[in-house]
Design a protein around this ligand. Structure first.
Ligand SMILES: [Zn+2]
Length: 274
């Protein structure tokens, strides 16, 4: 009897450790198979036409991106809202921009959520406003949002605009998916998961200095080159400087070298070289 119980215990403990490992290995194998699938030539042509940053990438990053797109399309679900029809163009353009952020990172492809909701155009949403402790609700026009542990929502017209102009520093997909990276440690606070204690302290030093500077500039109506929306919170600041990092690397590296360096290390990419 005691041996039977011990046997059961061994099986339970082995299962406890082995099952997650087997699941992880299966997922990894499936991702490798997906990434190795050929990338349709009409998809490549669509990216060349609609997402100029893709053309600027070094060839090996282009092909890595194509593999990542296969995986992303397999793991995420796209749903149309407000009469929006989801087709290959929609799925491809959103996936390509989302995957660019994680292209060189050790990544689990945006874990913790699956669904991307797409509206045809900017949409009305309920927003909460807290003024001196008094919370009120109002309607707000939005181009995108990222729900904590929930879907990413984007307006297709803004996705297209963001992809088409690679130099205006505005890209709704980069913005919303950087929020997703930010919340991988469960808190959306402008500090994503980093590897070492030193990286955290360098990140916080660079980001808090620049964030406070932007808040001051916006409050006093002084000139600033970082999008004023970043002054809303450290999380929004991380999202808007991510947009600028990928779309205005020259300006960012010159005006904000410490920020640029942190973002370059975090994304393990250097858009200045593209
Ligand atoms: Zn945001």
């Amino acid at each position: 009897m005691i041996y039977a119980l011990l046997g059961c215990l061994v099986v339970i403990i082995a299962g406890f450790f082995l099952v997650p490992r087997v699941i992880r290995l299966r997922k990894q194998k499936r991702r490798e198979e997906l990434a190795a699938q050929p990338f349709p030539e009409n998809w490549r042509e669509l990216l060349r036409q609609r997402f100029p940053l893709y053309k600027q990438l070094p060839v090996q990053l282009q092909s890595r991106l194509e593999g990542f797109i296969h995986i992303f399309l397999d793991e995420k679900v796209f749903l149309g809202r407000g009469g929006m029809t989801i087709n290959d163009e929609v799925r491809l353009l959103i996936s390509a921009q989302a995957c660019l952020l994680i292209l060189n990172k050790a990544t689990d492809f945006y874990p913790g959520f699956r669904t991307i909701l797409v509206y045809p155009d900017v949409y009305q949403a309920q927003a909460l406003q807290n003024q001196h402790g008094v919370v009120s609700q109002h309607q707000q026009l939005r181009a995108g949002e990222s729900w904590h542990r929930g879907p990413v929502v984007v307006a297709w017209s803004s996705v297209v605009e963001g992809a088409e102009d690679p130099e205006d520093g505005a890209n709704v997909v980069f913005h919303e998916f950087s929020h997703k990276l930010d919340e991988e440690d469960s808190v959306m606070d402008g500090t994503p998961v980093l590897e070492t204690r030193q990286q955290y302290s360098e990140w916080v030093r660079a980001f808090s200095t620049e964030y406070e500077q932007l808040v001051e500039q916006v409050a006093h109506h002084h000139a600033h080159d970082i999008d004023a929306y970043g002054a809303h919170s450290p999380a929004e600041f991380f999202a808007v400087v991510t947009e600028a990092f990928f779309e205005q690397p020259q300006q960012m590296s010159q005006q904000h070298p410490a920020l640029y360096q942190q973002l370059r290390d975090f994304y393990a990419l250097d858009p200045l070289c593209w």
